[in-house]
Ligand binder design. Structure first.
Ligand code: C5P
Length: 221
């Protein structure tokens, strides 16, 4: 059974993809299933935390007991996170936030005529980096999906985004892809690292939440 080591913590988690509108009937998005973020929410709950889950559109069900906030776009996800972050002690950015959104949402459905159609994109806010920058930032954990030099890019992201911890997965390994029920993680923080071997996402989530709770205790000590 999970230890109740997150009692008194408020854990805010983002999960799933975001949808960026092109016109009233179209959007761009990605294949994130939300499974890892939802597993983290369930694990945090099992360890006694209060959990707020800010989720893009997914088909998985939220564990009962979490406060679920459904959003579509990255901007909506940022707003929902920022309105719930004040008393958060842990933030985990597990969502696959679209890096870019169409510069303008066309008001009417785009008609088919020319042979080519060009869309211009603008950069989305980086929710994780924005949370890490807050004056009273919670213990901030990021995810990194890498296809090569996992440790190098993960550690770079840890320092560049000013995170407390980063969990990296090798997405070139097809056993642990986006929609898989399993995952494997290399976890890095300023003073250490740990490899979490391939396992069901819930088992892995419990191990990651355990690591977070240990490092959180160190931070507060
Ligand atoms: O820089 P990169 O997108 O690889 O970073 C991934 C991490 O940053 C994930 O934790 C993801 O949830 C978070 N992220 C975010 N907002 C963005 C882009 C990424 O919170 N716009």
């Amino acid at each position: 059974p999970a230890s109740l080591s997150l009692t008194n913590e408020h854990v805010v988690i983002t999960a799933g993809p975001t949808r960026e509108a092109i016109d009233p009937v179209r959007y761009i998005s990605n294949h994130s299933s939300g499974k890892m973020g939802y597993a983290l929410a369930e694990a945090a709950l099992a360890m006694g935390a209060r959990v707020t889950l800010v989720s893009g559109p997914v088909t998985v069900c939220a564990p009962s007991g979490v406060t679920l906030i459904n959003v579509q776009s990255a901007e909506q996800m940022r707003d929902a996170v920022m309105s719930n972050i004040d008393d958060a002690t842990v933030f985990i950015g597990c969502a696959a936030v679209a890096d870019y959104r169409p510069e303008q949402v066309v008001e009417q459905k785009i008609k088919k005529h020319d042979e080519k159609l060009t869309l211009t994109f603008t950069k989305n806010p980086d929710i994780l980096a924005d949370v890490a920058k807050l004056e009273r930032a919670p213990f901030t954990v990021g995810f990194a999906a890498e296809t090569q030099d996992v440790s190098f890019y993960a550690k770079d992201k840890l320092t560049r985004k000013n995170l407390d911890m980063i969990a990296a997965n090798d997405v070139s390994d097809d056993r642990i892809g986006f929609n898989s029920d399993q995952n494997a993680l290399s976890v890095f923080w300023a003073k250490g690292e740990k490899t979490l071997e391939i396992a069901d996402k819930y088992q892995l989530a419990l191990q990651l939440m355990q690591l977070i709770s240990e490092q959180l205790t160190q931070k507060h000590a």
